[in-house]
Ligand binder design. Sequence first.
Ligand SMILES: Nc1ncnc2c1ncn2[C@@H]1O[C@H](COP(=O)(O)OP(=O)(O)O)[C@@H](O)[C@H]1O
Ligand SMILES: [Mg+2]
Length: 308
Amino acid sequence: MTAAILTNNLTKQYGTLTALGNLDLQVRQGSIFGLLGPNGAGKTTLIRILTTLMRQSSGEAFIEGNDTRSRGRDIRCLIGVVPQENSLDRYLTARENLELHARLHKMDAARYRQRIDELMELMGLAGRQHDFPDTFSGGMQRRLVVARALVHQPRVLFLDEPTTGLDPQSRRSVWEYIRSIAGSMTIFLTTHYLEEAELLCDRIAIMDHGRLIAQGTTQELKARLSGDTLYEIEFDGETERYAALLKNMACIRSITVKGAVVNVGLEHWECLSEVVSALNGAPVRRISLRERTLEEVFISLTGAGVRQ
Ligand SMILES: Nc1ncnc2c1ncn2[C@@H]1O[C@H](COP(=O)(O)OP(=O)(O)O)[C@@H](O)[C@H]1O
Ligand SMILES: [Mg+2]
C-alpha cells in the first residue's frame, strides 16, 4: 500500500538556519501519526512543505504518492489542513466559513449543505452555526477549524498543534472529536504535549532542531530508554542509610532520593530479588514498579525540557 506521507532526505534551509535536516518519515494510511517537538523544532515547516504551502530546499515528499513539487493541485484536493493559527473569517458566520471552503473546493450546494450539517453536529457546533467565530471559546473555534478542514472529505488531515493554548477541558473535547473522526482517514498532528501524543497517536516521531531523534510506538519509545526498569522504594525511616547501601550495588544503574522515596533504575528486572535481599530488615513501606512517562523519554532524548 502507498504510504499516506513519505519523505526522503527532506531538507529546508532558511538562509543559514537548517529548519529541517534530512528528514525520512513514513506514515501509514489510516493511522494517527504524532510529530512531537519543542517550539522551533521544525514542525510547522514540515507541515507547510507537506501541504504544498512552501518548497523544500532539497529532498522529496509525497502525499499518497503525489510529489509535493509537481502535484500541488492534486495534493490540495486530497488533504485537509488545520493550521497553527485559526485563520477563520471573522466577518462570516461559522456555517458561512464552511460554505466558503466548500465552494473553493468546487463542491455543489446540495452535497456541501448536507456535509456541513453532519460536521456541525459531529463537532458539537450545530446550535451555534449562525454565530460569528469571535463569539466562540478557543475550543469551539478550534473545532470549527477542524470541521472546515473536513468539509471536502480529505484523505489526509494535518493538524498543527490542535490544542495549544486551550484550557484542559477544551483540549479534552478536541481530543474526543479527533478520536471520533479517526480511522476514516490518515491524521498527522504536531504537538508539544506528550500526553496528547500518547493518548491519540498510533506512532510518534520526536524531532528537535530540524532532525528526527526517535520514531516508534509509544511503547517502543518508552523502552528505548536506558535502565529499563525503574522501581520506587518508600521507607519508613532510615532512608539515607539504605540509599547509601543501594548505591553500592552493582546491579543498580541509577538512584535518586526524594524524601522517604528512593527511585532505583535496575540493569534488569531480575535484579529486584538482589535489592529485596539487601533490604532485609529495613523499614520498607512499599516497592512499586514505575512506568516512564513520555515526558521523561522526551527529556532524555532532547536533553532538555520543552522550550517555550
Ligand atoms: N519563514 C521563516 N523564515 C526564517 N526562519 C523561520 C521561518 N519559519 C520558521 N523559521 C525558523 O525555523 C525553525 C523552525 O520553525 P517552525 O517550523 O515554526 O518550528 P515549530 O513549528 O516546531 O515550532 C525555527 O528556528 C524558526 O525560528
Ligand atoms: Mg509550529
